[in-house]
Write a protein that binds this ligand. Sequence first.
Ligand code: NAD
Ligand code: 6OD
Length: 494
Amino acid sequence: MNEQETSEAAHTQPRHYIGGQFSDTGTSFDVIHPADGSVVGCAPEADAATVDAAVQAARAALLGPWGQSSVEERCALLRAIADGIEARFDEFVAAEVADTGKPESLARSVDIPRSIETFRAYADLAWARSERAFTTPTPDGAGALNYTVHRPRGVVAIVAPWNLPLLLLSLKVAPALVTGNAIVAKPSELTPTSATMLAEVIHDCGLVEGAFNVVHGFGGGSAGAHLTSHPDIDAVAFTGDSGTGRAIMGAAAEQLTPVSFELGGKNPALVFADADFDAAVEGTVRSAFTNAGQICLCTERVYVERPIFDDFVAALADRAKNLSVGRPYDADTWMGPLASADHRSKVLGYYRLAEQEGAKIHAGGGVPVFGDERDSGFFVDPTVITGLSRDARTVREEIFGPICHVAPFDDEATAVELANESAFGLAASLWTSSLSRAHRVAPRLQNGIVWVNCWNLRDHRTPFGGLKASGIGREGGEYSLDFFSEPVNVCVKL
Ligand code: NAD
Ligand code: 6OD
């Protein structure tokens, strides 16, 4: 690390937070900084007994004052949490950068502010949540009043990934807390620090002990599996790989535990010849390469109408070649490394597979060589390829790296068919200047989110999630509040 990084990276070390106490019970594992492979932290791995202690602490909190808390109290808590993160903004940025290697500018402009905003948004949403009521005729003519109240699910398990660690955790913790649940959260083993810091913030807000708990560890055979298969969990909210979703659902099936899943994607972009060309290129640069392609919403398949195909590929490749890839704290860095050595092996495996499948490489395709400490990090080139068949594995499987395949199409119907030709269905982008085309095509795309002439523009009140192998259920606004609560109908005879 250079000097600036060393000083910026001073932050909390990962610890469990169980029943209001911080601890480092269990064997420990290193946290690696992806920009140079150095060890930046050490986290404890929770065994089954530690996870059980967290679940029991959560259950006890529900039986105590937390179970009696009012929505007003919980909204105030969320606002205090938002203020608490904001007060430690730079520390959170440093933690996220140290664990993920992402550009500081990204953590500073997206990860941390959006996490803060999430707590405030759910305070607003919960405060404004309305109930439906019905008056029902009765034989005696007096009638009855039906109304719905929402009670918390109970003890909820929240399992988060490494790409936007605090943000994706906050998107579940905020609605789960404001609806009165008790939480056991497990962040990714690659990025454990910001979850511990969130526990510190929540602790300082004076939340009842046990209402929020954090355990660290790995997935299968470790804390993740102990938590999601625990018999006293009332719901599981998970973001991560579709294969992991299948494993968690198998475990959840034993207890009939409800699940909310945000899973993988192989997201298409459709670029029509009538689109604003420069905006479509810039939008695709952002959607393919932001966070080194490690956002579930990133575009990996780009379909371009034939008259502009060659120009589009040339412009996209030119932008990809000129993206500044480097150290998180360098002011001009646009793209950082991948999250881990293993993930880089996976992504590079797809770079090689693409070549074997006959791809033409227009930009990237390998590993940048820096001649300094970054060569021990997990960087790959932003990569643009063409020429693959519709059934190539590179076109079908989620890579989760900075690579996109660009293919031509000749008419609208074929564009829709190509976009829908996927096991996934998370997000699509549509670039066109025709309003009627936008409205015609958008609902025909088999995706939970369709952006027209933009990408990753997300209002907290809108549904977020995917079809097919991209998920089960929706997050966002009322959708999250509904998942984390049980509606109870009260019928009062008048
Ligand atoms: P992952 O599934 O490997 O891990 C996610 C979390 O699950 C981690 O905390 C991990 O420890 C835990 N886990 C792993 N195996 C488990 C098991 N058997 N039981 C319980 N927990 C287990 O995913 P990742 O590599 O951290 O993230 C990348 C994936 O996440 C990509 O597929 C990406 O598309 C997806 N993702 C989806 C969204 C979305 O909102 N749809 C958002 C971000 C990432
Ligand atoms: O910011 C958001 O609202 C959001 N849902 C981001 C998801 C990113 C997935 O990787």
